[in-house]
Design a protein around this ligand. Sequence first.
Ligand code: N01
Length: 547
Amino acid sequence: MTTPSAGAHATSANRGLTAYDAVVVGAGFAGIYAMYRLRKEGLKAICYEAGEGVGGTWYWNRYPGAACDFESVEYSYSFDEQLQQEWKWSTRMARQPEIKAYLDHVTDRYDLRRDMRFSTRVTAAHFDDATSLWTVSTDRGDRVTARHVVMATGCLSTPKPIEYPGADSFKGEILRTAFWPKEPVDFAGKRVGVIGTGSSAIQAIPIIAEQARHLTVFQRTPNFSIPAGNGPLTEEQDRLQKQAYADLRRREWDSDVGICAKLAPDTRKALDCTPEEREAEYEKRWAAGGLYFYCSFVDLLVDKEANRTITEFAQRKIRAKVKDPKVAELLVPKDYPFGAKRICADTGYYETFNRDNVTLVDVKSTPIREIVPEGLKVGDQVHELDMLVFATGFDAMTGTLLNIDIVGRGGKRFKDHWGDGPRSLYGIMPSGFPNLYITTGPGSPSVLYNMVLGNEYHVDWIMGCIRHLERHGSTTIEAKPEPEMQWRETVNAIGKMTLFGEASSWYMGDNVPGKPRVILPYLGGFRSYKKICDDEAASGYPNCVVA
Ligand code: N01
């Protein structure tokens, strides 16, 4: 397949630049698959990646304990049956090194690396109205043109900066889960502090506690965490899973969350069940490990009373694990509904607080003031530390895109377009930015669906747009402003029907000072979302301008 040659309409501004059909930004799950599809369609594409290798989130987040929190048999590509059959996961929920190795394998298996440029961050993408081409620039001085730009930039790829003064004065070592060093970190004999108690910290804390002389955890808001129940994947389990792969994938594509391997999401309402039935369902799913618990009933995130039943169950589980009742009370979330903040999966997290060498410090009642040479000052007390680990999260879903200087048709600035929160048709196409596509962005099910499959779906949908242009001899496709606005209103309206707004979370943009408070993912479920996007394509993109 060919598109009108990217170099055919060069102007003085872009003459002489290497011309591509497509630039892909990021070489994580989405970018790798985008490169595979573009290559398969005969397009000339290049992928720029800031990391030294592929992996995206799984390249950077190599902190101890980093792992997937649902079955890897599901958190993996579905596009090639042979790939599915040949790759063998060693554990149910693969750890970071294995996921990274898998992505390296996929990249090499399809010979994608030769069109990838590593240690190269895209800094700008400017659309030229005269040629309908994008000029993409990088921090290494590359400038190329492309007909299409696929922003495969990930949802959790811009870590929050250190928000306290004094980091330079610290005599010890500062580490960040989202930029973890490649060399092993030795905690032995050290007094370590961890700031944050989200998914990253909850995975790292039990491992650090086993090695450090002392670990102090600085907690602002407690989280709900479910035992991961991770363990080796036996030959027999692997064989059975592979036999049933086709059926599993069918069920995932037809579900709202894309996680079905061990237990399908329950379709009952919690309040239609007796307390005994609810308890039995919660127990079963708690024992299954990981995110299955989250899918216990369909009304948990829309009905406060239903949510109270799962919240109380999870609170009881936490209290039962922690010996010191005062520490237990600090660890029990009480101010928000279960699931309204991203739930976590752990291996021995709560039990870690029973260790003699672990202290929990509540920094909500007495906030952190500054980093000092000896450690961390909380209120008037200095906690002496040799190492300080920041597990403080990300400018989720919008941060990375807003850090790129994107200028669309007629000089329209992306930063202005998203100034009061993100907007794009189906979370994929922002209006005024022709042929620029976002994978698993805000306004799509994104982080609330199986991210690997969500990315595959988006890449396939984008390829559908590109093929449509080709078939019709057209050059550009872009969202019409009105349907884009309507989609944003739909996303917000559905968000308001849920309990997500009752927690302070990165789903709502709350974790970044000054960020507009809007629900970022589409909460209508993947099934309805997929139907809407499929219908758009099948009916010839009525909500887009094709020119
Ligand atoms: O980040 P987070 P994360 N002072 O934002 C605290 C995915 N993920 O890196 O809640 C003190 O969840 C903050 O407190 P509060 C997953 O989707 C998946 O852990 O803002 N504390 C919170 O406790 C996850 O949700 C896996 O009050 C501060 C913590 O830091 C997402 O990535 C593994 C602070 C940040 O938690 C992000 O997880 C890891 C401050 N100034 C991550 N600022 C899997 O298992 C923030 N905090 C697949």
